[in-house]
Design a protein around this ligand. Structure first.
Ligand code: B12
Ligand code: SF4
Length: 506
């Protein structure tokens, strides 16, 4: 069968100006691996698959429909993110209008988290809950007439008599190594550009080496989601495939938690070094602060790692405790200092607007971040998403903690307030969020750490891009105008052209 898989557009976000360019950049920087794993499993079974990443290919709804029509699919699958769900609904309706006989399957995060709300939209025929590889394959078999819909585990559909039907729960893929590598050949490789400060060498691809997370941070949808890992052999095989078939020189391991335990990380590093891939690619990964120590970080560096990203979230022990982060300021300092000392250019993720946050705890967090030897930070505004421990708390204790100020899905981009703790105002939260970036980056020590990295014109182009993106945070108060957005992206594109020329000259 002919199957079309789509990562939906983000045009509504752009049209309504709800996202700033930093957010917009986040939508383009890595291929949708979940979709590509499904594509690979379908191709292995002999189906013909095409993919559209409308967000990265900058297609609007009409442009996406045109691509789909040209492919003439028998089945369409669309991934659903909360922040893009409004556009996803529009796309589903437009596709139903254009290709009324073609079933549309909705998968990924949003339908998994709020199945009935998502499937109340009649343009979607079936919803896939959780991991999609085997479910989508069986659904395609159903549309071929080879099995009943009720025999496909892990789906939801509307009952013609009213209400919804859930089939039996789909077990998570136990042995990840049984999966083929994501079908990256189905999407153009050159459309994905890292955020400039996360750039090291090109081409840079994303890879997943594990799924799920055993921890239970209050804000996170991966909380208590179980943990499974690919074997070091599979991981290094995939790296070799990326180097051989795509010329990849840098890899972002985008697992929820790459450094889940020391043994796994040592085993991966050992295999990389044994097979010599550390001489061909560099890489970055995520970690919890309590998992790593200096010898492990040094081994990672030896195996090609150039950056570790740590989930820090707050600089207040009181807040860290409340969000069940399971770490302290002392542990954070130890891990980040060790990473810096071995040359891993540590980056940390923070959030402002946690339920117990006050102006004081946020200022404490900014001050704390400035005392750490960090090279970069990402700061987001806490957003209550379904199926997170903090959403359960909100549902139980609600207004004890604060208020919801924005309700729609497309505001849940993590860059504008949707929930505001008592004692703070939405504008104040925005101001503190922008202030965090300003105070962190506009310091001689941070600038010096970045200047040390400038070794070529390519690096200069990179920092021009970064500057044009960050200017929104520094000089524009709330929502950027589309003109500024266009300007920033044009400058980024000019930088990209310079990078392309540099790559071609290699
Ligand atoms: C890599 C990544 C990205 C990449 C690529 C995104 C993409 N489209 O795949 C980039 C950097 C671009 C990105 C951007 C954003 N991300 Co992001 N991202 C991740 C991350 C770290 C890994 C995703 C991944 O590859 N997982 C591995 C694959 C194998 O799993 P999977 O994606 O879940 O796919 C499986 C199922 O979901 C399902 N499935 C997926 N697609 C489809 C499609 C069909 C048709 C079917 C049937 C099934 C199906 O089957 C897949 C295979 O089993 C996750 C956290 C995590 N570790 O999972 C966050 C995460 C997905 N991102 C999130 C968010 C919020 C964002 C952003 C809004 C930015 C932000 N503020 O953080 C944007 C929006 C992006 C967009 N609309 O495309 C949230 C999603 C929350 C939600 N309810 O929507 C997550 C869960 C992080 C979190 N804990 O909050 N992200
Ligand atoms: S924030 Fe990180 S460590 Fe915490 S539950 Fe989510 S993925 Fe796990």
């Amino acid at each position: 069968m002919r199957v079309m898989l789509i990562n939906p557009p983000i045009d509504q976000v752009l049209e309504e100006g709800h996202a700033n360019p930093v957010t917009t950049f986040l939508f383009y920087n890595s291929a949708p691996l979940g979709l590509l794993y499904i594509a690979a499993v379908l191709e292995r079974a002999g189906h013909t698959v095409a993919c559209v990443d409308a967000a990265a290919q900058q297609l609007n709804v009409a442009g996406t429909v045109k691509e789909v029509e040209a492919f003439r699919p028998d089945v369409i699958g669309i991934g659903s993110f909360t922040v893009t769900f409004e556009t996803c609904k529009k796309l589903g309706a437009a596709l139903k209008g254009a290709l009324p006989g073609v079933p549309i399957v909705l998968g990924s995060y949003h339908v998994t988290l709020v199945p009935e709300e998502a499937m109340a939209n009649p343009q979607f025929d079936v919803g896939v809950l959780g991991e999609g590889e085997h479910t989508m394959l069986e659904l395609v078999e159903h549309y071929e007439g080879k099995r009943e819909l009720s025999d496909v585990a892990g789906v939801i559909f509307r009952d013609p008599a009213g209400g919804f039907v859930y089939t039996t729960k789909r077990a998570k893929v136990r042995d990840l190594d049984e999966l083929p590598f994501p079908a990256r050949h189905l999407l153009p490789a050159n459309i994905y550009r890292p955020v400039p400060v996360d750039e090291h060498s090109f081409p840079k691809f994303a890879m997943i080496t594990s799924r799920g997370c055993p921890h239970a941070c209050a804000f996170c949808q991966k909380s208590r989601s179980g943990y499974r890992s690919h074997s070091p052999r599979y991981i290094v095989d995939e790296i070799e495939h990326l180097v051989r078939d795509f010329g990849v020189r840098d890899i972002a391991f985008v697992d929820s938690l790459f450094c889940a335990n020391k043994k796994r990380v040592y085993a991966i590093c050992d295999e990389m070094i044994r097979r010599g891939v550390h001489k061909k690619v560099s890489w970055t990964c995520s970690s919890r602060v309590e998992v790593v120590d200096k010898p492990l970080l040094a081994r990672m560096k030896e195996a090609g790692c150039w950056r570790t990203r740590f989930g820090v979230e707050s600089g207040s022990d009181k807040v860290l405790d409340f969000i069940s982060k399971g770490i302290t300021k002392e542990k954070i300092r130890a891990a980040i200092t060790a990473a810096h000392e071995v040359g891993l250019r540590p980056k940390a993720f923070f959030m402002v607007g946690h339920m117990p946050d006050t102006r004081e705890t946020i200022l404490e967090t900014i001050e704390f971040a400035k005392t750490l030897p960090l090279h970069d930070v990402t700061v987001q505004i806490n957003t209550l998403l379904p199926e997170t421990p903090q959403m359960e708390l909100w549902e139980r204790e609600g207004e004890k903690w604060g208020r919801i100020v924005n309700q729609t899905n497309n505001e849940k981009s993590f860059w504008e307030p949707t929930f505001v703790p008592w004692g703070l105002e939405p504008d104040e939260l925005i101001e503190l969020h922008r202030r965090f970036y300003r105070e962190f980056y506009f310091r001689p020590v941070t600038m010096a750490r970045h200047l040390e990295q400038v070794q070529s014109w390519r690096d200069v182009a990179k920092y021009v891009q970064a500057g044009s993106l960050f200017s929104f945070l520094f000089f524009n108060e709330h929502k950027p105008s589309l003109w500024m957005l266009k300007d920033a992206l044009t400058k980024a594109a000019a930088g990209d052209a310079a990078l392309d020329r540099a790559m071609a000259a290699r």
